[in-house]
Ligand binder design. Structure first.
Ligand SMILES: NC(=O)C1=CN([C@@H]2O[C@H](COP(=O)(O)OP(=O)(O)OC[C@H]3O[C@@H](n4cnc5c(N)ncnc54)[C@H](O)[C@@H]3O)[C@@H](O)[C@H]2O)[C@@H](O)CC1
Ligand SMILES: [K+]
Length: 542
């Protein structure tokens, strides 16, 4: 599912018309979708107040009002202006709505009018402005924003909360409050980079199909939504699958006082469906790591104090370590003692298995990233392309790229794309939002996860999940990595729903992976949930 700019959205509208789907149809489908969402997710009694602007966003509101009235709701349409100001498609939609007996239409001219109109509302639909927003918010819309801020009545925004700039990567506080957003055709940048309620887990942001032909949707942003790749995990596992088929993966990590990281990565790899997981860790911490799960197999590495010895890179030692292994996750808790960094570089050079490089293994590559480009090129020449996935947080990215964290955060999309394409690797750049940049330059944006996950261990379990997904889907690297990142965030969302943002531990998140796998991003109405999947799943489960 592509992520569009407002410009690309209006071009999609234009192409739709050229392809025989008129705006009237799009508006009718849009309004009907909004009404369906409201009827399914919000209380089914009390007055629905539909706040309408004079443009087509308002037009969607008129259509939604008609459907809500036909479903038996008492509906109050509040126009910010005069009916005579409404033109074109929106005016036609208003015509189709006004004969409804239970739809009253008020023309609001002042804050008092608005206050009176909102009185007694059980649900508010924000159809004031959508992609036609020209900042800054002005006139009566300002009064509406302030009134909505003072009420707790649920607000469903059509297309965008009014005051959101569709193309913005972060939202300004001037926008209308919204508890849910129903947008159309595809998410816009604001839907995946903004967040409804700053500091709280997402409200629902859903994408409704409205009949726009697929061919009409063209995007130059080269950005798409990572959640669509979850479909990869929704294919029932092969009934005559076996441990080997689902991949035997190796987690290589651990060091002095860092038994937890490889333990968590291994546990997460098991929970994410790997057939077999072996943890290769220094001898001293082996019993501790083994205690995380009896299902885990162990391989002793050298001694933690002097770091990993280069002898481990010898042919037969490496051969026996990697016997039967499909994918390696290297780095959790590895440390940087002694020869460890040199070991990591030697490992990346010699081992051609798909690998996920995280944490201290990433630090070992800082200043040596040309090694990545070289080994990828060498493998390509040999006709056996290599799969290398890096999973840096901004600090590790800064060291890898030789920049400051501030510089990394200043242009996350550009940097991720450049690094991935220049080195021929898949780069998972963690943060808000986590980006998955593929070697071909395409970038997926993850919209699952929440601040509760900014805690020790979160990265280790992501490494485990990515490693396990690659082991199960070696021929679909892009979607294996995208689904792993999305499932990781989704599990964190489920954990936060039953706990609280301060208390969730990385191992709790692992414990909620089953809900993440079980949930669906497309609901019974055909709406795609860009955000709010966890809450909706729990609601649907009743
Ligand atoms: N494929 C799609 O996305 C479709 C889009 N449609 C709707 O059409 C909308 C776009 O319609 P328009 O282009 O007519 O524009 P909008 O309706 O989004 O915005 C124009 C209206 O917003 C007001 N406005 C603009 N900036 C403002 C500001 N800073 N402060 C206060 N008021 C402001 C204008 O006065 C005008 O009333 C979309 O958001 C969507 O809801 C649907 O009708 C059908 C298809
Ligand atoms: K709106």
């Amino acid at each position: 599912m592509k992520i569009l700019t407002a410009q690309e959205m209006s071009e999609a509208d234009r192409r739709s018309v050229e392809m025989g789907v008129p705006i009237t149809t799009l508006m009718e489908n849009a309004g009907a979708a909004v009404a369906k969402f409201c009827l399914r997710h919000y209380a089914n009694e009390g007055t629905v107040v539909v706040l309408c602007g004079k443009g087509n966003n308002g037009g969607d509101g008129f259509v939604a009002a008609r459907h809500l009235a036909q479903a038996g709701r008492t509906v109050r349409v509040v126009l910010l202006g005069f009916v005579s100001d409404v033109k074109g498609e929106a005016a036609a939609a208003l015509e189709r709505t006004t004969p409804q007996p239970d739809v009253e239409v008020l023309e609001a001219q002042s804050e008092e009018d608005l206050e009176a109109a909102l009185d007694g509302a059980a649900l508010i639909v924000d159809a004031v402005v959508g992609t036609g927003f020209k900042p800054p918010l002005r006139g009566l819309a300002l009064a509406v924003r302030d009134l909505l801020a003072k009420t707790a009545v649920p607000v469903v925004a059509i297309d965008l909360p009014s005051g959101w700039d569709a193309d913005s990567l972060e939202q300004k506080a001037e926008a209308f409050r919204a508890d849910a957003v129903v947008t159309f055709v595809a998410p816009k940048l604001a839907h995946v980079f903004g967040h409804l309620t700053p500091g709280k887990t997402f409200g629902p942001v859903v994408v409704a199909p409205i009949g726009t032909p697929e061919a009409a949707v063209v995007s130059q942003t080269e950005l798409h939504w990572a959640g669509a790749s979850k479909a990869l995990t929704e294919v029932p596992r092969d009934i005559n699958g076996n441990k080997g088929k689902f991949g035997h993966v190796l987690i290589l990590g651990g060091g002095y006082g860092k038994a937890g990281a490889p333990s968590m990565a291994s546990l997460a790899a098991l929970r994410a469906g790997a057939g077999l997981v072996t943890a290769a860790v220094p001898r001293e911490i082996l019993p501790t790591v083994a205690s995380i799960a009896p299902e885990l197999m162990l391989e002793p590495l050298g001694h933690e104090t002097e770091g990993l010895s280069l002898e481990l890179l010898e042919e037969e030692k490496l051969g026996s370590l990697l016997k039967g292994i499909k994918v390696v996750g290297i780095g959790p808790g590895l440390g940087q003692e002694g020869t460890t960094p040199e070991f990591v570089r030697g490992f990346v050079e010699r081992v051609t298995l798909p690998m996920v490089i995280d944490a201290d293994a990433l630090n070992a590559l800082a200043g040596h990233t040309s090694l990545l480009r070289d080994v990828v090129k060498k493998a390509e020449m040999a006709g056996k392309p290599r799969t290398i996935v890096l999973t840096p947080h901004p600090g590790e990215m800064a060291r890898l790229a030789g920049m400051t964290v501030k510089e990394v955060e200043a242009d996350r999309i550009g940097l991720a794309r450049r690094f991935a394409t220049e080195h021929g690797v898949t780069l998972v750049l963690k943060g808000w939002r986590t980006l998955i940049a593929h070697p071909d330059g395409r970038i997926a944006v993850n919209t699952a996860g929440n601040p509760a996950m900014a805690k020790g261990g979160s990265g280790d379990i992501l490494t485990g999940i990515v490693t396990a997904m690659l082991g199960q889907h070696p021929d679909d690297v892009a979607r294996a990595v995208e689904s792993a990142v999305f499932l990781h965030g989704l599990a964190g969302d489920f954990a936060t729903l039953v706990q609280e943002e301060h208390t969730v531990l990385a191992t709790d998140t692992v414990g909620h992976l089953y809900e993440a796998f079980r949930s669906r991003v497309i609901d019974a109405d055909g709406f795609t949930w860009i955000a709010g999947v966890a809450a909706n799943h729990n609601k649907e489960q009743g």
